[in-house]
Design a binder for this molecule. Structure first.
Ligand code: SF4
Ligand code: SF4
Length: 348
């Protein structure tokens, strides 16, 4: 059957379906020439791990405990060695890889990373060498997730997400969609052409955000009660787990490490967290964020005010990972409800 083009609410098409066995064959096919990262069951949670067998992938539409950002931006990576004025980069050694099973929450977060790291050669090279395969979110998602966008149906938002191939679970089978020529090429090479194509229409911008999300931005900027931060500041232990788990936290620090030979050394880039005291410290010892209350306020302000203003994109995708990761029970949805002075609800 020839592939079809996807039209929202206009064309009635027969939905193309890939059965489980075919999917397993497809994963084996990809494994032959790629490293594959995907959700793997680790105890009671899913984590993004490199797999060796198709059976290791848990494609059940549930969110992984930590986000996918390590696949595109390792927690710590060497950028280059330097010797005098010459640099040697490892940028050409990145392997061909597949990120298999990002949910729509994760693909939305990647929209932001693509903008933030638009001119970063390391991120861009890694992304170019990554085939992005999405999966639909299970309807019985954890109650700690919430909606940042106005769109109700997943179908409505796929055209705003970047992916190569997307699998939507239909019982034991999968509806197959492509989002790029690369996705179509890979499926064709595998010998499969029964898919729908979704044309990428650019990321959902601020106008796609819900009224409540915009109200949070306005409150945070103009009217919120600062006592919220004092209270949270007494609870937070500044462990930084929320920033590690969050798919949209992108801050990093650079470390230069000299070796004994004069003029030689290496530069590394590692994830950083605005919850750490050193984060806002500058030369001479001055610290811009002096206590926990200021640091936690900074985190919320960055996500809900500065990122939307700087990039025109949401700084939070509503995955709820920060709440799940927090050892002292700080719940982002509850905090946001306090900011807009309303009760905690499941959708923003
Ligand atoms: S702030 Fe929390 S809910 Fe928002 S994207 Fe980050 S982890 Fe998910
Ligand atoms: S996970 Fe909780 S305690 Fe740790 S830094 Fe984040 S808000 Fe604070």
């Amino acid at each position: 059957m020839a592939n079809t083009f996807y039209c929202l609410n206009i064309c009635a098409t027969i939905v193309p379906i890939m059965i489980k066995d075919q999917l397993s064959q497809f994963i084996k096919y990809l494994l032959a020439s790629n490293e594959i990262y995907g959700p793997v069951q680790k105890g009671s949670v899913l984590e993004v791990e490199k797999i060796a067998q198709p059976t290791e992938l848990a494609l059940n539409g549930q969110l992984t405990h930590h986000s996918w950002k390590k696949v595109f931006l390792p927690a710590c990576e060497k950028l280059f060695d330097y010797k005098g004025s010459s640099l040697s980069e490892a940028i050409n050694d990145y392997p061909q890889q597949v990120a298999f099973g990002l949910t729509t929450f994760d693909l939305k977060a990647l929209n932001l990373f693509n903008h933030v790291y638009e001119k970063d050669p390391y991120y861009q090279r890694r992304k170019c060498k990554t085939l992005l395969i999405g999966q639909s979110v299970a309807p019985e998602q954890d109650a700690r997730t919430f909606k940042v966008f106005t769109e109700k149906l997943e179908e409505d938002i796929l055209e705003h997400l970047e992916f190569d191939i997307f699998f939507e679970q239909r019982g034991d089978s999968f509806r197959v969609m492509t989002g790029s020529e690369e996705g179509q090429r890979v499926l064709a090479d595998f010998g499969y052409d029964d898919y729908e194509h979704i044309q990428f229409a650019g990321p959902t911008k601020e106008e796609g955000l819900s009224a409540r999300t915009l109200a949070i931005k306005d409150q945070l900027k103009n009217h919120h009660d600062p006592k919220i931060w004092e209270k949270l500041g007494k609870k937070c232990i500044e462990c930084g787990k929320c920033t590690v788990a969050c798919p949209t936290c992108y801050c990093f620090r650079l470390d230069d490490e000299a070796v004994l030979t004069e003029g030689e050394g290496k530069r590394t880039r590692c994830w950083d967290s605005c919850f750490y005291r050193e984060f806002s410290q500058v030369a001479g010892g001055h610290q811009f964020l002096t206590d926990t209350a200021q640091r936690i306020h900074y985190w919320y302000y960055h996500k809900f005010v500065r990122i939307p203003e700087q990039y025109g994109l949401p700084g939070c995708v509503g995955c709820g990972r920060c709440t799940r990761a927090c050892p002292v029970g700080i719940d982002i949805n509850e905090t946001l409800a306090k900011i807009v002075n309303s009760d905690p609800v499941g959708a923003l």
